[in-house]
Write a protein that binds this ligand. Structure first.
Ligand SMILES: O=C(O)c1ccc[n+]([C@@H]2O[C@H](COP(=O)([O-])O)[C@@H](O)[C@H]2O)c1
Ligand SMILES: Cc1cc2nc[nH]c2cc1C
Length: 367
């Protein structure tokens, strides 16, 4: 039975069906299987937990290595970037989209490294992009959130629904692990606003250096976040309105993508602070969606840890990365694959003829 969570009172409601829970039986079987594998109980540490996590999401024990991990990079420009909050000009967003398509960016290299493939989606790049990426574009650059809404009502709905459609397309094409990435000069400003608003954290504790801003830009960014927060706080109890006023088409699409992946029982590796901000809103729109997400890493941007704490997620890696594009998630993917293969392919004590634990060890540490 699907109980829909309805949002907004407007006519064209955005609503997601109830998020299913991961498979408890597969989780238990995976925990039990780990006890049978030829290693001291618990000796593979977090790797064991990760294997169990995959088994419960696949509903399968032993779990199978991901056959079609798919990265989707949501790109968009932000009006606020015109107010000195980034170390780079907005033109770089469109230029990086071309770089993604040419295969020269970090996301391309890291995806090749792990057997993942990359899709790029232009939601609001302030430049013309090829049809292969622009089919879902809702506008050129989202509004400057310190002084105006990021999007109109129709645009925010179109963006959320685009993210949702893209998740459906990828899952229907066989993706068994989704990786969310972002590209957009200025996008750590709306990310900070969403994180500040939804975690109740003061702007100064959320604002970070983004692409590497200096102290003057940091002060401008903090002021912009503070101004935007005044507008955001008025719609705090309406996630769609929050996205409309305080995000951008790229972040709104990410939100729909993350929520729909959970609805479709498809695991997601989260990336850094921008994907994390969208995840906060997605959890509001589709409660329980976070059960389908694994945090690939802890972003060096201060908002990163705030997101993880709020969603109760433990990152796989902490490499002080702050690139975006899905790079942190992709760096974590080989570890998730290793965890999956260990659980699936190691011999049991019985199969290998290796003696199991003594009675005392079997019952001691955990009882
Ligand atoms: O994902 C992260 O944790 C992250 C942290 C800092 C910067 N970024 C990337 O840098 C861009 C935004 O930085 P900024 O300074 O222009 O707001 C955007 O393209 C993001 O993907 C990403
Ligand atoms: C070059 C460049 C690449 C990026 N990738 C994600 N954000 C980025 C920001 C810049 C500036």
């Amino acid at each position: 039975m699907d109980t829909e969570v309805r949002l907004s009172t407007d006519q064209n409601e955005i609503s997601f069906p109830t998020v299913p829970t991961p498979d408890e039986q597969a989780r238990r079987q995976a925990v039990a299987r780990h006890e049978q594998l030829t290693k001291p109980a618990g000796s593979l540490g977090r790797l064991e937990e990760l294997g169990v996590w995959v088994a419960a999401r696949q509903g399968l024990c032993p779990p199978r290595p991901f056959a079609r991990p798919r990265v989707v990079v949501f790109a968009g420009d932000h009006g606020v970037a015109g107010h000195g909050v980034s170390a780079y000009p907005s033109e770089v967003t469109g230029q990086m989209v071309a770089n993604f398509l040419a295969g020269g960016a970090a996301v391309n290299v890291l995806a090749t490294n792990t057997g993942a493939t990359v899709r790029v989606v232009d939601m609001a790049v302030n430049a013309d992009t090829p049809p292969v990426v622009s089919a879902h574009k809702v506008r050129r650059a989202s509004g400057s959130i310190d002084r105006e809404d990021a999007l109109t009502d129709a645009e925010v709905r179109a963006a959320i629904n685009a993210g949702r459609t893209i998740a459906d397309e990828e899952i229907d094409s066989g993706a068994d692990l989704l990786i969310a990435g972002d590209m957009g000069i200025g996008n750590t400003t709306p990310a900070a606003v969403l994180i500040s608003a939804l975690t109740g954290t003061e702007p100064v504790a959320v604002v970070g250096r983004g692409t590497g801003i200096d102290d003057n830009a940091w002060m401008r960014k903090t002021a912009a976040i503070r101004d935007a927060l005044r507008r955001a706080r008025k719609v705090l109890d309406d996630p769609v309105a929050l996205l409309r006023t305080s995000s951008g088409a790229d972040i709104a699409a990410l939100t729909g993508f993350l929520a729909q992946a959970a609805v479709r029982r498809t695991p997601v590796l989260l990336d850094g602070v921008v994907v994390g901000a969208a995840a906060l809103v997605a959890e509001e729109i589709a409660p329980g969606a976070r059960q389908w997400w694994l945090a690939g890493h802890r972003s060096a941007e201060p908002g990163g840890p705030l997101v993880l704490e709020h969603l109760d997620l433990t990152p796989v890696l902490d490499l002080q990365m702050r690139l975006g594009e899905g790079s942190g998630a992709l760096t974590a993917l080989p570890i998730l694959t290793a965890a999956t293969r260990v659980l699936g392919e190691m011999a049991t004590f019985a199969e290998a003829g290796v003696g199991g634990p003594t009675e005392a060890e079997a019952t001691g540490p955990r009882s």
